[in-house]
Structure formats: structure tokens, C-alpha cells
Design a protein around this ligand. Structure first.
Ligand code: ZN
Length: 152
């Protein structure tokens, strides 16, 4: 178990140090700014969704703690080329992963690498850090007119 924890830790450190898809997106058609005032995490999420509801491109920029940056980075990696319905499914599963103890209810296959963030459920203050990018995503998918969200 401690080996697994170390591996998880490594993935988070790596994604924090060199976040994937970390840039703005000039041709984004959805854009949401997310704040987590409790920790000071602040990010801007960019999505390019085509007419078949496929996420053609996704990126983010901003600054925050290691958990918030790693979570956003892993999220963009997991959702590129997924449909918006698949993205919503992964959002629901991820939310369950970091907020409940009932692992059986979680579709860990759909989550893939995102499972490394399961450990944050033991640290309630970190849950908002890990979910910031995801709430921004959820808002971009379900209420495209929303420009700004806050976790409070
Ligand atoms: Zn944070």
C-alpha cells in the first residue's frame, strides 16, 4: 500500500511540476474561471467543443497548490477527445472518488490515472482543491454562459 501511495504521490508531483495542456486556447468556445478562496487556487479552463459534442481541445492556466494544478492537468489529459457526455460521467465518478469511501460505486476504469487523487478524501480541506477544475468543467458543460465560479 505504501508503494502505491508513493507512486500516486509521484504522479501528483510530476503533474504539478510540469502540468499538461497548460496554456490558453485562442479558439476555445467555452471558458470558465474558477476560484477556491479557502486555498487561493485560481484557474482558467478552456474548452473547444465541436458540433458533435466532442471535446476537441482542452487546456488551463492559473496558479494554485500542487493538488489543484495536478488535478486540472490530469483532467485535461483524461478528457481530450471525449464526448461531453463521457466527460460528465467522468466528472460524476471523480466527484464520488474524492468525496466518499464507497469505492465500489466508482467506475475506476473510466477514471484511469485520476485514481491517484483518491487520497484527498482523507483531507476534507483538499477536496475543494482537487475538485476546482472539475466544477469549472461541469459549469462549462452544463451552463456555457457561466464565466466564473467559486467553490464557496
Ligand atoms: Zn489548493
Amino acid at each position: 500500500m505504501s508503494d502505491l501511495r508513493e507512486l500516486y504521490q509521484e504522479v501528483i508531483v510530476d503533474h504539478n511540476r510540469s502540468p499538461r495542456n497548460f496554456h490558453s486556447l485562442a479558439d476555445a468556445n467555452r471558458q470558465v474561471e474558477g476560484f477556491n478562496p479557502l486555498c487561493g487556487d485560481h484557474l482558467r479552463l478552456f474548452l473547444k467543443v465541436n458540433q458533435d459534442n466532442v471535446i476537441e481541445d482542452i487546456s488551463f492556466e492559473g496558479e494554485g497548490c500542487a493538488i489543484s494544478v495536478a488535478s486540472a492537468s490530469l483532467m485535461t489529459e483524461a478528457l481530450k477527445h471525449k464526448t461531453t457526455a463521457e466527460a460528465e460521467h467522468i466528472f460524476q465518478q471523480f466527484h464520488q472518488l474524492i468525496t466518499t469511501d464507497i469505492e465500489l460505486a466508482v467506475d475506476s476504469e473510466a477514471l484511469g490515472k485520476l485514481n491517484v487523487l483518491a487520497g484527498v478524501r482523507e483531507f476534507p480541506a483538499r477536496v475543494k482543491c482537487a475538485s476546482l477544475a472539475w466544477h469549472s468543467l461541469h459549469s462549462a458543460l452544463t451552463q456555457p454562459e457561466t464565466a466564473r465560479i467559486s467553490t464557496e
